[in-house]
Ligand binder design. Structure first.
Ligand SMILES: Nc1ncnc2c1ncn2[C@@H]1O[C@H](COP(=O)(O)OP(=O)(O)OP(=O)(O)O)[C@@H](O)[C@H]1O
Ligand SMILES: [Mg+2]
Length: 460
């Protein structure tokens, strides 16, 4: 046997019987058939183990004191486990057999056991396990091949997106990337830079919702010494620093009015002016902007200049939400499972069919980022080699409220407390857009609260 194979996780077999001799016999047969074997001596122990781990096969005794085999079967099915279960019984009654089959038992053995039949079942289950693993492996491998600059997807929508990116990357000077939070807008911006002629030059990202309003112009265009209190030396802005390369302006919908006017001028004549200076400098940058707000709405509300919008929107790349391309979910999932299994050094190879179904059905308001976070958490919790519905349950238990995008720039009164803000950030894996959405405030308002609470925490 090659070394590689001995390291591969084996399928799991759980033996549930109050008779230690039967357990020992089946343990030997199971181990020889290539299973990792676990044992439970009573029904309640079995239920416990089945809630925690996916088993590839359970051999379950019907007649046990207190909690019997049918009770176990019922409890396990109610908990949504997709483990295959075969019942064994000394005094098999037709009623029990019928009930067991109704509850989804895979097979029914009478005792004394027909060992050849047990072996045949084990063999079948092991082959099923291997087939499924090879599907996971090929999903992950395909996902990797399709990865364009870290972007996974094989849905028609994503293929179209890849093709648009590769056509635009060589030429486009300004691109607006739109899409809901977590759809991969930043990855699109990076891909445009990577696949374009400026890839050896800098890509500088400015998160427009994270810059303090008063420092915005200095951040983008630089300043000269003495331009304002604290400007102790000349400083180049982002546009100068990225000259020849790409500036990625994330959350461009949050750009303050003053900076909007200056950005428009830069777009129109390729010039920038440091704060406090009269000198105009020429810069040559590709400008990629992104927003998860509908800029038309921002324009109608008077918060965004329409002339700037038309300049930025020469080419728009709209990244579709994950729920509109659910074909991608298995590929993304396979890649994330692989990544986190490796990161956490766990022998996780994939997920149960029920778990995968759950993921495909979920509406994913936080899109790919949310999927990644859910898989990360499930991998941390998982005790077996397949992620189960139970491992996902904590992340996917409540139906997410699809809160409307906040329009108001100020937090509602009273603003969420520090603890609530922290909980929202924890609950979204630190995703500020999503946290803000869940709190019903804008991202900018969230940043202000974070600053405020951080300052309060530091105060003596
Ligand atoms: N197609 C994809 N394949 C693999 N990973 C992806 C894909 N799309 C997004 N991701 C991952 O999801 C996370 C969110 O992506 P990204 O930051 O690009 O989203 P965004 O659209 O910029 O979100 P926001 O509007 O909240 O800023 C990142 O970890 C990114 O690597
Ligand atoms: Mg982003």
């Amino acid at each position: 046997m090659r070394n590689q194979e001995t390291l591969q996780p084996r399928p799991l077999l759980l033996l549930v019987d109050d008779d230690a001799q039967i357990r020992q016999l089946l343990n030997e047969i199971g181990t020889r058939a290539g299973f990792e074997v676990l044992e439970a001596a009573d029904g309640s122990g079995a239920i416990e183990m089945l809630h925690r781990r996916h088993m590839d096969l359970v051999l379950l005794d019907l007649h046990m004191p207190r909690v019997n085999g049918l009770d176990v079967l019922r409890a396990v099915r109610a908990g949504g486990s997709s483990s295959q279960i075969a019942l064994m019984s000394g005094a098999a009654s037709v009623e029990d057999a019928v009930e067991a089959i109704k509850l989804g038992a895979t097979e029914y053995f009478s005792k004394p056991l027909d060992i050849a039949r047990v072996r045949a079942l084990l063999e079948r289950m092991r082959r099923q396990y291997e087939d499924r693993n090879s599907v996971f492996d090929s999903d992950a491998a395909l996902a990797e091949r399709l990865e364009v600059c870290g972007m996974i997807g094989r849905s028609p929508a994503m293929r179209e997106l890849f093709s648009v990116i590769s056509r635009l990357a060589p030429h486009a000077r300004t691109v607006l990337v739109t899409g809901e939070t977590g759809t991969g807008k930043e990855l699109v911006a990076r891909a445009l830079h990577q696949l374009g002629p400026r890839k050896s030059k800098k890509l500088i990202t400015v998160n427009c919702s994270a810059v303090v309003e008063t420092l915005f112009e200095s951040e983008l265009f630089g300043h000269v010494r003495g331009a304002f209190t604290g400007a102790i030396a000349d400083k180049a802005g982002v546009f100068e620093a990225a000259n020849g390369g790409t500036v990625f302006m994330d959350e461009v919908g949050e750009l303050p009015a003053g900076a909007q006017a200056k950005l428009l001028r830069t777009l129109e004549n390729g010039e920038i002016q440091r704060v406090g200076s009269v000198e105009l400098k020429r810069v040559d940058v590709r400008i990629v902007t992104a927003t998860n707000r509908r800029l038309e709405v921002e324009i109608a509300a008077g918060r965004f200049r329409s002339d700037l919008y038309y300049r930025l929107n020469v080419v728009e790349i709209a990244v579709p939400p994950l729920r509109e391309r659910s074909e991608d979910i298995p590929y993304l999932t396979a890649a994330f499972v692989r990544r986190f299994a490796k990161e956490f050094s766990k022998p996780i190879t994939g997920l149960t069919e029920a778990a995968e179904e759950r993921l495909v059905q979920w509406p994913w308001p936080g899109n790919v980022r949310e999927l990644r976070n859910v898989i990360e958490r499930a991998c941390l919790l998982c005790e077996g080699h397949l992620l189960t519905e139970g491992d996902l349950a904590r992340s996917l238990s409540e139906r997410p409220a699809t809160a409307p995008a906040p329009v108001d720039d100020e937090p509602p009164s009273p603003p969420p407390t520090a603890a609530v803000v922290q909980a929202a950030l924890d609950g979204t894996g630190g995703n500020k857009s999503l946290a803000a959405r869940r709190l019903g405030i804008s991202r900018r308002a969230l940043y202000r609260l974070i600053d405020k609470y951080a300052a309060a925490a530091l105060a003596p």
